[in-house]
Design a protein around this ligand. Sequence first.
Ligand SMILES: Nc1nc2c(ncn2[C@@H]2O[C@H](COP(=O)(O)OP(=O)(O)OP(=O)(O)O)[C@@H](O)[C@H]2O)c(=O)[nH]1
Ligand code: SF4
Ligand code: SF4
Length: 313
Amino acid sequence: MIDRFGRPIEDLRVTLTHTCNFSCFFCHMEGEDNAQGLLTPQEISLVAKVGMEYGIKSVKLTGGEPTLRRDLIEIIRELKMVGIREISMTTNGVLLRSLAWKLKEAGLDRVNISLHSLDKNLFKEITGVDALDKVIEGIKEALKAGLRPLKLNFVVTKKNITQLEKIIEFSREIGVDELHLIELHPVGLGRNVFSYHEKLESIEKILREKAEKVEIRNKHFRPRYYIGNLVIEVIKPYANPIFCAGCNRIRLTVDGKLKTCLYRQDKEIDIIDILRGNYSEDKKNELLREAYEIAIAIREPNFKFKVEPYATS
Ligand SMILES: Nc1nc2c(ncn2[C@@H]2O[C@H](COP(=O)(O)OP(=O)(O)OP(=O)(O)O)[C@@H](O)[C@H]2O)c(=O)[nH]1
Ligand code: SF4
Ligand code: SF4
């Protein structure tokens, strides 16, 4: 089912927790309020299952740090059981060394792991934790466990731009599949984070020159540069009408709201009373369908192309 702007919903992005063992200075917490309360694995999978009737094929687990959920394995199993085609997770990677194989066994298909520096001190400055070695071990274990394509997330800022070449080299050496270069965006932060903003245009120009092949992805129309055995994807999520035109995702917040856009707290449908209400299974499904239909009806690109009016004289 498509929205008023011709955009299908295909991907459900689920915030599993707001807790994290890192404290990255640019964390956007998926644009959510500091909410309390967690959905159960069964509630999450029910929302995903009804979403499949509207086009949901894949689920992205995110947070906070999703690996801090003790019931993560059960969440993944439940999602697999209702028939979600692809389950992926975005993580800081610090617990992956011990979890990677169990997650794969449960049905997790792939992971995106944040790695914003290969310099120990800078890593600590960015994330608040001295955990570079553990994250690297986590990345290697995830590769061995087959959580692929494995993607590294590098948020480009004035603090870590000097690390970019090293990260590209590292990605090649250990055989990660993709490197995502993400532009900093000013979401949900009270601090003056945007002063670290770094434009990606000059990096993209170099990638364009070096790439053997360039592809535009359906999701957010993100460009992908093929260089040797590595794919480098450039993610410019802020003030980018092209990105929003290709937005195929809907979000489920930590406290049970269907959130239609990362930036919009006014375009959320609270479904917690449906999930927790004393309804029959049929009634619950019917109410969830209504909620999806409203969400799709109110969904709109946050950044749109401006259309100039015709001159009249
Ligand atoms: N504005 C905006 N930014 C997004 C959205 N989805 C992802 N991003 C940005 O993209 C970054 C990377 O997100 P990930 O969770 O690693 O990856 P993904 O977007 O699910 O992409 P794949 O795993 O490659 O399918 C996030 O930290 C955000 O900065 C979105 O719907 N809107
Ligand atoms: S690891 Fe992710 S969720 Fe945790 S603080 Fe950093 S950006 Fe936020
Ligand atoms: S509409 Fe744009 S800003 Fe909103 S979630 Fe989609 S891509 Fe992100």
